[in-house]
Design a protein around this ligand. Structure first.
Ligand SMILES: Cc1cc2nc3c(=O)[nH]c(=O)nc-3n(C[C@H](O)[C@H](O)[C@H](O)COP(=O)(O)OP(=O)(O)OC[C@H]3O[C@@H](n4cnc5c(N)ncnc54)[C@H](O)[C@@H]3O)c2cc1C
Length: 290
């Protein structure tokens, strides 16, 4: 495969390049997924593949909070999100998720945009972004469109992005200051581990401790990101106790089996999904159950 390399300096330039080469180009951000994909790709065609490197576009790298909306540029790295004061303040579970990605080297190169567009069911940023009901802005020379994160995915590693489109930013409403959140990830080892399972929990409660809103989004157990409505319903309107938290956690395991079917790994994954969810809920509530 012959590779051409183009390095636009603005989003406008990148849109032009993608428009011109839309049938034969691939965006490269931090390249931590693309490099693996290119190495494993079978040599199929003679015509060059244009790699469109967007790392030199500073306007795509930012974290802002304005009018209650948090906006993260697609080129913002996991490292920068994990260190962002805004994210620590409004959605610390997203900072935790970004901090759990790979190793310092991967977090310094890998971007949130790449994590989203790669669409791995095990991607660490997706459970918190799903719980936050995040939205995406896609841009191309044809114009721009905003889509809900959950509508962006068609399946594992499949999205609705068109070849001439760039993911410009991901944004979400800042949760209420009274809200609590947690992200937990289980890998095969402590670092450089892809999630075997993960879960993000976002809870909003009133002064008495009654749950007003709940968002529960597991990772690495469904083909694409989703919230588990039945689990959320098991908590809403209640002051969490052992029974309601157990019921909620069980619903996550049940949903995993309903959506993904029974597999060789179900015997392990179902109880672990329940246990991880239970821990994440208690962690969000500030109760240490380890
Ligand atoms: C050793 C190693 C460990 C890893 N560990 C983890 C881990 O623990 N957790 C985890 O979630 N991931 C992990 N990853 C995967 C990877 O690092 C992340 O998914 C990362 O966020 C990808 O970002 P990137 O900028 O490198 O994307 P790239 O590799 O540059 O791109 C990924 C895909 O997204 C597309 N793309 C990128 N940016 C845009 C954009 N703005 N608009 C449109 N399309 C775009 C590219 O065309 C490509 O298809 C690991 C990877 C490696 C190599």
């Amino acid at each position: 495969m012959t590779l051409g390399f183009i390095r636009p300096k603005t989003v406008g330039e990148a849109m032009e390049v993608l428009d011109e080469h839309k049938d034969s180009s691939k965006i490269v951000a931090g390249a931590t997924d693309v490099t693996v994909q290119l190495r494993s790709a079978k040599p199929v065609e003679e015509k060059p593949l244009w790699l469109v490197d967007i790392t030199r576009i500073p306007e795509l790298s930012y974290v802002n909070l304005e009018n209650g909306i948090v906006r993260i540029g697609a080129m913002t790295t996991h490292r920068d999100i994990a260190r962002s004061a805004v994210i620590h303040d409004v959605a610390p579970f997203l900072a935790d998720a970004c901090l759990s990605v790979g190793s310092p080297q991967i977090r310094t190169r890998g971007t949130i945009g790449g994590n989203i567009v790669n669409a791995s069911p095990a991607a660490d940023s997706l459970p918190p972004l799903t719980a936050l009901s995040a939205r995406l802005r896609l841009v191309s020379r044809r114009g721009s469109r905003d889509v809900a994160l959950c509508d962006f995915f068609k399946g594992a590693y499949k999205t609705i992005i068109e070849p001439d489109e760039i993911l410009e930013e991901v944004y979400f409403k800042a949760p209420q200051p009274s809200s609590r959140c947690a992200f937990l990830k289980l890998g095969r080892r402590e670092s450089l581990a892809i999630a075997r399972l993960s879960v993000a929990v976002l809870l909003d409660m009133d002064e008495s401790g009654k749950i007003l809103e709940a968002a529960i989004a597991p990772g690495a157990c469904l083909p694409m990101p989703a919230r588990i409505a039945r689990a959320e319903q098991a908590l809403i309107g209640k002051i969490p106790d052992e029974e309601s938290v157990d019921m909620t956690s069980l619903e996550v395991g049940e949903e995993m089996v309903r959506v993904s079917g029974v597999r060789w790994s179900t015997e392990y994954k179902k109880p672990v999904a329940c246990a991880l969810t239970k821990r994440a809920i208690w962690k969000a509530l500030g109760v240490d159950v380890d």
